[in-house]
Design a protein around this ligand. Structure first.
Ligand SMILES: NC(=O)N[C@@H](O)C(=O)O
Ligand code: NI
Length: 163
């Protein structure tokens, strides 16, 4: 029996239990560069663990279409993971609460195209899922001893769609 997950517009409050939403909207924290640049300062909680360090990688991911079959979620016990789009296309973000070591009901969001996300350490999430090409992202996450990865494959994939 198919289980449907409705994707909603991403907002910081709904995402707060799972991570940070980064954008350049609203009042900046400071104006810099002789007033020519608005700085939205220090907007994410980064964590790379005691034995890791920060790394910046470039991802070029194949886009997916909705409805999307979400077969699995994963988590990184030793570090946070941030996805910063190098384009203005919306992408799909799926997260889930932890329930005694396995994910609970996932939540699906679609970004505005002008948002980045930072997943907090050990948060269940779907892997990077662009919804349009190019699926180009900068990713800031932990570089360190493996595995820093735990996967959970659903018995039946969730069907992710918009309302
Ligand atoms: N494997 C990898 O580097 N990326 C995943 O963790 C992901 O969340 O996309
Ligand atoms: Ni990940």
């Amino acid at each position: 029996m198919t289980q449907v997950l409705i994707a909603h517009p991403l907002n910081a409050a709904a995402f707060a239990p799972y991570g940070d939403v980064l954008d350049a909207t609203g009042a900046p924290d400071k104006l810099i560069n002789q007033g020519l640049c608005a700085r939205f300062h220090d907007r994410a909680t980064l964590d790379f663990g005691a034995d890791g360090r920060a790394g910046i990688s470039m991802f070029n991911a194949e886009p997916c279409a909705l409805p999307f079959a979400l077969a699995m979620v994963e988590r990184h016990p030793d570090g946070s993971q941030a996805f910063i789009p190098l384009h203005q296309n919306p992408f799909l973000v799926v997260v889930a609460p932890d329930e005694n070591g396995t994910p609970g009901r996932p939540q699906a969001f679609i970004t505005t195209g002008a948002q980045a996300i930072n997943l907090h350490r050990n948060i269940w999430h779907g892997v990077l899922t662009p919804l349009a090409a190019p699926g180009l992202f900068a990713v800031i996450d932990r570089i360190g001893p493996p595995p820093n990865l735990e996967e959970h494959w659903f018995t039946t994939p969730w069907e992710v769609r918009t309302a």
